[in-house]
Ligand binder design. Structure first.
Ligand code: FES
Length: 67
């Protein structure tokens, strides 16, 4: 199961195999992992919480009301 967190990572639950862009398997032994989708994490492909520091948003901001 994959859950897209609002303004955050993709949570992946269940058994998955993860490979780098060069085809090497990335070892992980957790039942739930968080994959970065903001592009800022220092431990890609995993989320390190940096999305909060850069105010990552998955939805465009609401338009400002005109008066
Ligand atoms: S989504 Fe969390 S660091 Fe990128």
């Amino acid at each position: 199961m994959i859950v897209a967190c609002p303004d955050g990572p993709l949570l992946v639950r269940g058994e998955v195999d993860i490979f780098s862009t060069t085809g090497e398997e990335i070892q992980q032994n957790r039942k739930t992992i968080a994959l970065c989708r903001c592009g800022v994490s220092t431990i890609k492909p995993f989320c390190d919480g940096s999305h909060k520091l850069v105010n990552f948003r998955t939805e465009p901001p609401e338009p400002e009301a005109t008066t």
